[in-house]
Design a protein around this ligand. Structure first.
Ligand code: GDP
Ligand code: GDP
Length: 439
């Protein structure tokens, strides 16, 4: 599981600037999909080998009448509680404020690793000007400049160091053929996650094994279905009680993100009676960003009429258009309808996500595509594509080598994507294409 860093601090100290630094988009391709809602408060980051989740808790808004902590959104408070380390941002130029003291008191009571960061410290002589922050009682003051990118690398190291993280594996990503298909069922509260899971686990064809020694934090249920091994991983908002899954009251974005990140395939569950909500679109956006394989199932299909069904199909088309590579199913977990095809899609998505794409086939396909449609000339230069190889799986990554490849348009990349998808039958997985120009 990726560690979670929460950014806290009063408004205007530079949290969102820092957040943007810490989450520099890992993959530009993800950025420009129509319909993709960007929730700016949660993001993935990477520093060297280490990957982490960052939360920008915008919730410490000042409110004279009721006190700032009462005003903290529940979700924000929960996010801080669920984080592994808190980065408390103060303004090196403005100095210590009363609000900083309030926040410091709150954080001390929390008793979790906390790093005090003085932002806007560019061009400052640290010793003298930062000494007043020691009165917050949180130890060392760490100077950074989020705007200028100074000290940000070191900040991540400082923040993660006390967690004693294990060395990550090679690329941290799931490998082909290594054990069961890890499956996460993601969705808002009440869409029917626990009903579906209990229906599944209650089926005779599906053999669930009890795993000894599951801890509070890591719930996973291994099972087998038609010879295929699966592992249902800890799903946001669900807790296991004996052999049955139960929904817990609060929905946790952090748990959802972590579940998505550790899965090979995510089943995104929607509620037919509610349509596609903002929260659904956010979760869908996280899934896309994670690069995991996806299957979408609209639950409670039994409870809607024809008109609602039509509206729903249309809103999925528009609001979740960025997941159009995923298979879509209409099911009723309660009435056990339509569940078989969901399994077929899960297995297919996993196969696609972990497929092997040999260099000769990729290169042949690339050169054929170029012959069929030549990339546009830009400013006297034409991108020249030479060969392609596979750079990773789950999600599959195709690396294209050549010259002037930075000139390749998004439209052309989509054209290539379509051809690669067709050749390798890549249904249910995102596909990433990277251009490597040699000079
Ligand atoms: P937030 O409200 O805590 O999220 O703060 P923002 O990230 O929106 O930043 C508030 C203001 O501080 C903006 O005008 C930023 O440009 C500015 N700012 C952020 N980081 C720095 C920095 O490192 N140095 C300076 N001088 N200004 C900064
Ligand atoms: P979770 O919070 O996502 O785990 O959702 P639950 O599994 O607890 O289900 C929420 C509510 O939806 C419960 O009242 C279920 O009985 C109901 N529900 C679940 N699946 C279906 C379904 O297929 N059809 C209908 N009509 N109701 C369902």
């Amino acid at each position: 599981m990726k560690p979670v860093i929460a950014l806290v601090g009063r408004p205007n100290v530079g949290k969102s600037t820092l957040f943007n630094r810490l989450t520099k988009s890992r993959d530009a391709i993800v950025a420009d999909f129509a319909g993709l809602t960007r929730d700016r408060h949660y993001g993935n980051g990477r520093q060297g080998k280490y990957e982490y989740i960052v939360i920008d808790t915008g919730g410490f808004e000042p409110d004279a009448s009721s006190g700032i902590f009462r005003e903290m959104a529940k979700q924000t408070q929960q996010a801080v509680a669920e984080s592994d380390v808190v980065v408390f941002v103060v303004d090196a130029r403005a100095g210590v404020s009363a609000q900083d003291h309030d926040i410091a008191n709150y954080l001390r009571r929390l008793g979790k690793p906390c790093l005090l960061v003085a932002n806007k410290a560019e061009g400052m002589q640290s010793g003298v000007q930062l000494s007043e922050f020691y009165e917050l009682g949180l130890g060392e003051v760490y100077p950074v400049s989020a705007a200028h990118g100074q000290g940000v690398r070191g900040l991540v190291e400082q923040a993660l160091e006390p967690l004693n993280l294990p060395e990550p594996e090679d690329d941290g990503g799931p490998q082909e053929g290594s054990g069961p298909v890890k499956l996460a069922v993601a969705g808002r509260p009440n869409v029917g996650k626990s009903t579906l899971i209990n229906t599944w686990l209650g089926e005779e064809r599906l053999v669930a094994f009890d795993m000894p020694g599951t801890t509070r934090d890591a719930i996973s249920v291994p099972f087998e279905r038609q010879g295929q091994k699966f592992e249902l991983i800890d799903t946001a908002g669900l807790r296991r009680k004996g052999r049955v899954f139960e929904a817990i009251e609060k929905f946790s974005v952090v748990k959802t993100l972590q579940a998505i990140e550790s899965a090979n395939v995510v089943l995104l569950l929607l509620d037919a009676t509610q349509g596609v909500t903002d929260q659904d679109a956010h979760i869908a956006g996280y899934i896309l960003e994670s690069g995991r394989a996806v299957v979408i199932a609209v639950n409670k299909w039994d409870a809607v009429d024809d008109y609602q069904r039509q509206m729903l199909e249309r809103s999925i088309e528009t609001r979740l258009s960025f997941l159009k590579f995923a298979n879509l199913h209409f099911i009723s977990a309660q009435k056990r309808q339509g569940l078989g095809p969901v399994w077929t899609s899960i297995v297919q998505a996993h196969k696609a996500a972990t497929c092997k794409m040999p260099t000769p086939i990729l290169t042949r396909l690339l050169l054929e595509s170029v012959q069929f449609q030549t990339p546009k000339r830009v400013g006297g230069y034409r991108p020249k594509m030479r060969y392609a190889h596979q750079g990773g799986m789950n999600p599959p990554l195709i690396v294209i080598h050549g010259n002037s490849l930075e000139l390749v348009t998004d439209a052309y990349k989509r054209f290539l994507e379509g051809r690669f998808r067709k050749e390798f039958n890549l249904v249910g997985t995102p596909l990433r294409i990277e251009m490597k120009t040699s000079h």
